[in-house]
Design a protein around this ligand. Structure first.
Ligand code: HEC
Length: 114
């Protein structure tokens, strides 16, 4: 499938990702509560990000290794003992932001360059 990182960069703004994520921050920084996306390709597989962007609520509920890693980073940054919490991304955008498979591939190509 054809995907273009320039398209991905545009989508990152149009689909409201940029409202929450500071792309220049590393993923150890959750400001205010959202992880920076630099080096995200080292934290997840493309396949995981595909699923996450399709349905963050379902992925979060699955509580797999990637979700636990996000949570561990979150509590390391914010302080406090790791505990179950709601996915902020799923709660706010949930099913409101619907991405096509092509849009997801373009976003991933963009994210993989950060
Ligand atoms: C309402 C704020 C918000 C919006 C909008 C949002 N995200 Fe997120 N995102 C988060 C938060 C917060 C997390 C951490 C998990 C959680 O609490 O949901 C996250 C996690 C992620 C992760 C995993 C990052 C890591 O370091 O492990 C990726 C990748 C991601 N988001 C991509 C996107 C993309 C692409 C968009 C636009 C389609 C987007 N997000 C829109 C808040 C948001």
């Amino acid at each position: 499938m054809f995907a273009d990182p320039d398209v991905g960069q545009k989508l990152f703004k149009e689909k409201h990702c940029a409202l929450c994520h500071k792309i220049r921050n590393p993923g150890t920084v959750f400001a205010p509560v959202c992880p920076g996306l630099q080096g995200v390709r080292h934290r997840h597989s493309k396949d995981w990000v595909r699923k996450w962007l399709k349905d963050p609520a379902a992925v979060w509920a699955g509580n797999g290794a990637d979700v636990q890693d996000i949570n561990a980073r979150y509590f390391r940054y914010r302080g406090g003992k790791p505990k179950a919490r709601k996915s902020f991304m799923a709660t706010i955008i949930g099913k409101k932001v619907v991405l096509t498979n092509e849009e997801i591939e373009a976003l991933i190509d963009y994210l993989w360059k950060l």
